[in-house]
Write a protein that binds this ligand. Sequence first.
Ligand SMILES: [Zn+2]
Length: 449
Amino acid sequence: MRIIFVFLLIALLAFAAVWLSDYPGDVRLAWGGYVVETSIVVVAALALIFAVLVALLYRFWVWLKKGPGRIGAVFSSRRRDKGLEALSSGMVAIAAGDAVEARRQAIAAEKHLSGEPMTLLLAAQAAELNEDDRAARIYYDRMMQREDTEFLGLRGLINRARKENDLKKARSLTERADELRPGTPWVLKELYELALKLRDWELADHTLARMTRGKAAKGEAVKRARAVISFERALQCLNAGKAEEALPLAVLAHELDPAFVPAAVLDVKLTAELESPRKLHKLIAEAWKNAPHRDLAEAIRKTVSGEQPPDWLRRAQETVAPHNPDHVETHLMLAKAALASSDWGPARDHLMKAGGDHPPASVFRMLAELEEKANADAIAAREWILKSAIAPQDPLWICNACGRQEDVWQAHCPVCDSFDSFTWRTADRGPHAVDEIEAEIVREIGTSL
Ligand SMILES: [Zn+2]
């Protein structure tokens, strides 16, 4: 078709040329002082050449318009290469902790690869390394505005908020991160730690459940953490005057960790208030077996109000002691009860057994009291008092992280704010032992979470 068309065109042009030469004519053009005279054939030829030129120019322009990158392509690919080079050098500088080089490469990357997620990340990290808080925040904010970098920006801002100890802001940012990518392990861990720090026990409970969901073996450390959280939730209910709501939480805390003394104490106290005597009796037996402790003995004593010392001694002997007869705390409980009811024989007997090889100071003090009250023997009493001065201290709740000593167990250390760091022990352990216990706990939590 094309060949036929070209052939026809040539035939038409030839015919026109012949026709024009058959009818020759002149064209005369006068403009200003110039006069141009030529034949019509030349004018027709010039018009044709002009038309062809215009057509060619138009096609060139279309070619240019269709590929704007055609000319820029060479330059932009070089820019991209430079930008990528700056990015990788910058990341290497960050890993090496070279703040100056990181900043230099971040600026280069920004110049060549502006607006790329990686460029923003490099800039933010370089700002962090240079301890330029303001710049870091600006870059994280810019990352927050882009869908593809919002999550990354959140992480940076959460770390910033944590550094500035703005826990509430950190929590709201972490909750946003959780919305964006639910169940991300670091987000859950962050949320859990923030909930603990903010004493938001419900959030802590909920988050811990999410963290451990689907895990076959729920470790002892997780159970313990849940026990402490449930205990604190029970206390919250109790403080709000809702004893009925506190009871199931205290029961749960006690069940999760039967050796957790404060939960056993609270369970006994609330069960005595709200449940049947039969249930209380069963609970006391179980609690004294797993968590014998002076606080628990006191809680059990108080379950009967207005009880006289001899009655308490008999109740302790008959209903509490048999469940853990050889424990130091059992002997201490019975010794105290016997002292209070002036039953000197059993008091001395249990004090001797409570002391073991290295009796604590309180046993010596009770022996002194015994000598004074039973035999009015001031000299013997003085001897026990002197011994108590050099005896090991009585156990206390001691923070494993900082060594703080408290009479009452607390979920958070009032000094170092460590969570669940108090253990019941004597203070005269060396710092080495404390470190060992701490390392053990960290290891345990690490493997079970
Ligand atoms: Zn502490």
